[in-house]
Design a binder for this molecule. Structure first.
Ligand code: C6P
Length: 414
């Protein structure tokens, strides 16, 4: 297995932990390049989830029996593990959500509906995922706040000059994606946080593609809110993290009401539980929380600096290989250090869906479509693109397999 351009990780060793990578289709070994959509899961995470169900399955925060105590401790400590991973100040600043989308909606509903009104502005960007763009659009419609979009440059970077003009004293919220899931661009979120704070605005950072692929420190960024999904970083589906500055979370109303999030209920009124439980109504995703923490521990063992170097190496290799062909248009920055390990592209004359289907015939799994960034695709002037996205178990050989499959697509459509 070649990893000619990166010595950051022991990829062969890592691959042994991922049973799904052994799958073959018609005798061809799976090449999984759809990690931006969801990552695969190592044995350690699968075992941690299985172990919870096999040995200490119980509801949390509701029972005094031994199993419930064990489950409660594991679920609570999972918050600590995830909080520490992104530099949050303890479990009080780490709400478990279903995913990034859920975290975006939590902030939009709990903070946005109460705090925004006519004359206020939300500044977001042209490269946002629908989970943020649609959510703020709706909150804008409901509250009368205007939504403004920072444009992108021809090279696929955020236009920072425009950002500085758009963010004004009327801005109440800046919402920005840390790493674009379509362009791969790594945005200067810390710089944007400074601009936002200079105007007394808050900043929400969508870290769905960043936390899995690079070291993230929410305090160093000075984000007010920061969201990410467990399933894109080796964890299970159904669990995500929302970091929020403690004083903001304390001041916000709950998002969902019900069991588990209350302190005292009478027929007349209710008071709320401590953070983060105030935002986790109902029976939470316990197994998923346990699996999420295990995934974080796995990534810590690998080392996030190494993950980042590996991502950049694979991005660089993919950009090099794809630039060999005149009929391929690649989107996003051409400098690997400015992006993460995902590459969106189009092959002249072949619809991205056809391309993904031909890839599938070669057991190469990529994503095709708008990647939940339709407005960004409008800006790029295309309806869809193909996207290969890499993770810690991917190799340069697999990128070669992608390029070979592209050759057959070319032949088929010639
Ligand atoms: N992007 C992709 O293939 P959820 O679905 O809530 O876990 O994550 C939403 C989300 C938010 N922001 C960014 C930057 C994302 O990339 C995603 C998920 C997947 O690109 C599915 S559309």
């Amino acid at each position: 297995m070649g990893l000619q351009k990166s010595d950051a990780l022991d990829v062969e060793r890592i691959r042994e932990d991922f049973p799904i990578l052994q799958r073959e289709f018609d005798g061809q070994q799976l090449v999984y390049l759809d990690n931006g959509a969801t990552s695969q899961k190592p044995e350690q995470v699968i075992d941690a989830i299985s172990d919870y169900y096999r040995t200490y399955n119980a509801n949390v925060h509701r029972g005094i029996h031994q199993l419930s105590q064990e489950a409660s401790i594991a679920y609570e400590e999972a918050h600590d593990t995830v909080a520490e991973f992104v530099g949050a100040d303890g479990r009080e600043e780490m709400v478990f959500t279903k995913n990034t989308t859920d975290a975006e909606n939590l902030v939009a509903y709990s903070w946005g509906l109460n705090e925004l009104g006519p004359g206020d502005e939300i500044v977001t960007t042209e490269m946002e995922h629908h989970s943020s763009l649609v959510t703020w659009q709706q909150i804008g419609e409901r509250t009368g706040a205007d939504v403004k979009y920072v444009p992108i440059t021809d090279e696929g970077y955020l236009d920072m000059e425009a950002a500085e003009e758009l963010i004004t004293d009327d801005t109440e919220m800046v919402s920005v994606v840390h790493v674009s899931n379509t362009l791969g661009t790594v945005n200067p979120v810390s710089e944007l946080a400074d601009v936002a704070h200079d105007h007394d605005s808050l900043i929400f950072v969508d870290g769905a593609q960043a936390v899995p692929t690079r070291p993230v420190d929410v305090k160093a960024i000075d984000a007010d809110f920061y969201a990410f999904s467990g399933h894109k970083m080796l964890g299970p589906t159904g669990i995500g993290g929302l970091y929020g500055k403690r004083e903001l979370l304390e001041a916000m109303d709950p998002y969902l009401y019900g069991g588990g999030m209350i302190r005292k209920v009478t027929f007349e009124e209710t008071t709320w539980h401590d953070l983060p439980w105030k935002f986790e109504a109902g029976t939470p995703s316990i197994a998923q929380g346990v699996g999420f923490a295990e995934a974080v521990e796995y990534l810590e063992d690998v080392g996030m600096e190494n993950v980042q170097r590996h991502e950049e190496a694979l991005a660089g290799y993919a950009l090099d290989r794809l630039s060999e062909f005149d009929d391929i248009e690649v989107y996003g920055p051409t400098t690997p250090e400015d992006r993460t390990g995902l590459v969106s592209f189009n092959l002249d004359g072949v619809h991205a869906h056809d391309l993904a289907s031909i890839m599938n015939d070669h057991a190469v799994a990529i994503r095709a479509g708008d990647h939940c960034t339709q407005p960004l695709h409008d800006v790029l002037g295309v309806a869809a693109s193909a996207r290969a996205s890499f993770y810690i178990y991917n190799t340069t050989d697999e990128i070669d397999a992608l390029v070979e499959a592209l050759d057959s697509a070319r032949e088929l459509f010639a």
